[in-house]
Structures are given as structure tokens and as C-alpha cells.
Design a protein around this ligand. Sequence first.
Ligand SMILES: O=C(O)CCC(=O)C(=O)O
Ligand SMILES: [Fe+2]
Length: 200
Amino acid sequence: MDAEAVAEVERLAAASACGWAEGGSDGVEWRAPEPRHARTDLATWLKTGERPACEPVFADRVLPRFDALAVDLGELMEGVGSRLEVQLAHFSGGKQARYRRHTDATADPRPESRERKVTCILYCNSTWVEASEGCLRLTRADCENATGLKARPEGARGTAGSTMDIPPIGGRLLCFLSGAMVHEVLPTKADRIAVTAWVA
Ligand SMILES: O=C(O)CCC(=O)C(=O)O
Ligand SMILES: [Fe+2]
């Protein structure tokens, strides 16, 4: 995604979510997802024709690319690509928002399962620096337990339980298997914006 589009998403999301948190409403249906002890972000669905998905940056640039990505994933992976949910999330730096360890789906490797299969996250933080914090921490789960598939032999890429921190740099797209990857958003010192698509 080009820098201009990323900055526009960031600008719209920050203005709308901060306004909502202060009691205002611009027609965007923000929600504070539960449970709050586990996650402290604000989120809104990006649904075609509704606010804020009807803004040109989402309608013309971001959402068509996620649609195309879902089609590509469907061609690459059996049983993937029939359903797409897209969310805009805002983690407040002032409150050091976070999202504790979780997976996005119950592991079910069967192609016919209705579970979310792939998580695709587009980060929209154009001024992210190390001091902003709020990395996404990935934990390499025990693949055999998490997916029902046979685990790759240890050694090649670290061992089960080892972690990797991904900075939420503007324009970065991250994809992982929704049911297999344990992840958490570490407390953020700067406002942190992401568009997340779950492909089922
Ligand atoms: O924004 C991120 O880096 C991840 C958010 C997340 O884990 C989720 O919404 O399920
Ligand atoms: Fe997640």
C-alpha cells in the first residue's frame, strides 16, 4: 500500500476513534471489544457502503486490495477465500492499549471448516519509531497441537515457544494462519492503527 493511502487511513481512523472516545459521533460505529482485561482497542467493521468503508481511501484503494488478496489466498490454499471480514482497529497510545496473547480462530485444519483461516494485517502507522512500542509479538506455537498437522522438525526456524516482535510500521502487511499463530499486541505508547482482514 502506498504511503499516501496509509497516511489517509491513519488520519481518518485517529480523528474518528479519538472523537468517539471523547463522546462524539461521526457516524462510525466504534465498539470497545470485550473482554477489556485482554484487549483495550477500539474497533469498527469495514463493510461496503457503510462508514467508514465508504470513504474513498477504503472503497477505492484498501478494500479492493484485500478482496484481491482473498482471491489469491483462495487459489493458493484449499478451502480458503469464501468469506472476508475486515476491521479497522485503533489502539490508544495515551492509555498504552494492548491485546493479550490469543489466536484468532480455533485450530481446525479441515478445508470445509468455517473457522477463520488466514489473518492479514495492514499497519497504518506512518510515524512509527522504536520508542512508540506496540509491536505484535508472535509466539511459535507447537504446530502439531495447534493445527493437527505434523510439526516441522525442530531446528530450522527456532523452537516451539520462541517469540518474534513485529514493529507495526506503516505500509507493512503481515499474514499468518489464524488458528495456529499465538500473538499479542504489546502496550503501545503511540496511537496504533491497523486494518485486519480475516479470510475464511
Ligand atoms: O493489530 C495487530 O497487530 C493484531 C491485532 C489482533 O491480534 C486482532 O485484532 O486479533
Ligand atoms: Fe489477533
